[in-house]
Design a protein around this ligand. Sequence first.
Ligand code: ATP
Ligand code: MG
Length: 578
Amino acid sequence: MRWSRYFIPTLKEDPAEAEVISHKLLLRAGMIRKLTSGIYTYLPTGWKALQKISSIVRQEMNRFDGIEMIMPAVQPGDLWMESGRWEAYGKELLRFKDRHDRDYCIGPTHEEVITDLIRREVKSYRQLPLNLYQIQTKFRDEIRPRFGLMRGREFIMKDAYSFDMDDAGASKSYESMRQAYISIFKKLGLRFRAVEADSGAIGGSFSHEFMVLADTGEDTIATCTGCDFAANLEKAEVKCQGQDCAECSMPFEKVKTLGLHTVEQVAGFLNVPAQKIVKTLLYNADGKSVAALVRGDRELNEIKLKNILNVQTLELASRAEVEKWSGAKVGFAGPVELVVDRIVADLELEFDTDWITGANQDDFHLKHVDLRRDVNISGYFDLRTITSLDPCPKCAGEIYLTKGIEVGHIFKLGTKYSQSMKAVYLDENGKEELIIMGCYGIGVSRILASCIEQNHDQNGIIFTPAIAPFEAVVIALNYKDQEVREHSEAVYDQLRSIGVDVLLDDRDERPGFKFKDNDLIGSPIQVVIGGKGLKNRIYEVKIRHSGERIQVPIEEFSSRFMAIRNGVLDHFGLSAKN
Ligand code: ATP
Ligand code: MG
């Protein structure tokens, strides 16, 4: 490709609308343009990178027995009513009516459509297992589309669905997809972790998220320095250590804490550490009143609480509800004599018997509360969020927290859809059984953004060779000069002939301008050819990720280029030996 005849509309300035680096750089490098909120046109280099991502996804999916197909983007509302998600999915589902007043939506995901297909086509156990996938544009009317391709409304997803006869088969399909995903993210050259994720009402550890590690990630991951434990913060189990202790020797007593309603204020006033205080958090859980207790210095994990209570909705109680349930202003609720439907406590609270709690009376707290003695607690559970001070739940090693971007999610669905939509098969004995399903998503367009979040510097993008629109660029410094032109064309041809996807920067622009533009668009290797170098019989090769510039004698160019290329592949974990 010759830049002069191609279409890469780079921008000098940071676009005002972009908050995160990948969004800025995708716009500046001329890879995308916004059409309207959360909806983008992929320009040629953006599309080229997406194609490279898709082809690695496709190659690995096929290798692990996935079968590609494509389903319609527009889906009939009827199917969603059948599965129960027409109501449940909420406003992210873009709904509309056709001229006959029939309900439709634009697919945010395809469980309904594929289950409908399978229940019609699969009759016998002989047709199973199956794993069908597609790479397709999805639409979700996200509440806050932002960060460019990171959270678009229209975006590209690879979604796969597996169909098995039994649980063992479904577990095998799941494991096979987990392997496929590991392979995909390795081949893309990204640093990532597969983490145990929350699987909501379905339970079990049958959900993994694939996270590209980047400081700017929205998710926090807890990983262990000692073993392979890695989990989403929402899910990471907290192992609680402590010793049983005797009943509190003193009865609880009221203390006046005028106007002091935060943990810090009360701890300061009573001159005790925050660890001695029990926080009482009141929730409305599917219409019932619930009090959840955690230590004053801890953070309650609402996802864990929701799973433990096994409810659909969990909302922090309103001011009015707090006053009604506790009989006191916000900040003075406590578990003693509290009239709510259920009181649950964090595991840690079992290991002390002398606590400070709210008194359910304005401006008062209680001292010497023994939760076992004074409160009717319905259970002690793992309710809090892990911290770097907690031991690894698997090996007791050290936990550290890193940021990540979710690029893939694999999920064992079980019979959720086959049950509601009646997808069955006949087993060997002619008995009707429900098909067991799994679903597996990859955010193809989000991968492009996360690659940039992970790999960039102040000058622009640093693409991994697997994703780069062009793996190398030949920068002809004065293309009008005959000698420069001839050498540049020769190198361009040579690189193409050995299968390097190469761009020739033949534009009539100043060197400084071209260097800037090429750093911005992020090709892993730049070959700079100019009059001065030619006088000394050298080309200069610049490695984008390290900034290293290597003077290569023209005669040695072929072999030196291969060595440099291997070094770059190695840096991204992409060389053959990896
Ligand atoms: P998130 O929690 O980020 O909203 P999700 O749990 O809704 O993601 P899934 O339904 O599992 O996502 O979709 C599969 C994959 O599609 C995700 O792992 C992510 O990479 C990608 N994805 C989801 N929503 C978007 C979006 N709005 N823009 C771009 N990619 C997305
Ligand atoms: Mg979402």
